[in-house]
Write a protein that binds this ligand. Structure first.
Ligand SMILES: *[C@@H]1O[C@H](CO)[C@@H](O)[C@H](O)[C@H]1NC(C)=O
Ligand SMILES: *[C@@H]1O[C@H](CO)[C@@H](O)[C@H](O)[C@H]1NC(C)=O
Length: 146
């Protein structure tokens, strides 16, 4: 893992994402950059992404940005059982051309994993709950536009 270059990649992606969100022009939408400076990669420990999600809320209309390099990682939306078992038997969606920007369009629980190598076992998985209220961001990238 090249930590410093992935940080600068993250910052570039961040800039692009903020611009994308501004073009979007929606009033209360929040932009969540998954993993903050870590982005979407094998984390330092297995609770990293749940720790990242814990202080935040996610709302319909928000966007999730998964910063990762195409080819070195991927993103699967999976069902709860696959999230818990790091199984990839029944993916809902597969993305591999990072960065991936997802629109949160409906309330519910969402489960994301990487199926690269043993990344999921090493903690590269995220569960969020999307509610009706606009989301918040703890250490943040709130993109609030009028
Ligand atoms: C996991 O790693 C993150 C980032 O390095 C750190 O902030 C957090 O305290 C760690 N959590 C545990 C349980 O070690
Ligand atoms: C997400 O929402 C934005 C703004 O409404 C839209 O431009 C974009 O196409 C959507 N992306 C997907 C993958 O649906």
């Amino acid at each position: 893992m090249e930590r410093s270059s992935s940080v600068s990649l993250g910052l570039v992606l961040l800039g692009c994402s903020v611009m994308a969100a501004m073009l979007m022009g929606s009033s209360n939408a929040m932009l969540h950059v998954v993993g903050g400076r870590q982005g979407w990669d094998v984390p330092d420990n297995v609770t990293f992404y749940q720790d990242w999600a814990k202080p935040r809320t996610f709302g319909v209309g928000d966007q999730l940005v998964f910063p990762y390099r195409p080819g070195s990682n991927n993103l699967l939306i999976v069902k709860k059982k696959d999230y818990e078992a790091c199984g990839m038997s029944d993916p809902i969606d597969i993305y591999y051309m990072g960065p991936t920007i997802l629109n949160l369009t409906a309330v519910g629980d969402y489960y994301y994993v990487s199926s690269s190598g043993r990344h999921c076992e090493y903690g590269q998985r995220l569960h969020i709950t999307v509610g009706k209220a606009p989301g918040s961001s703890g250490a943040k990238l709130p993109v609030k536009l009028n």
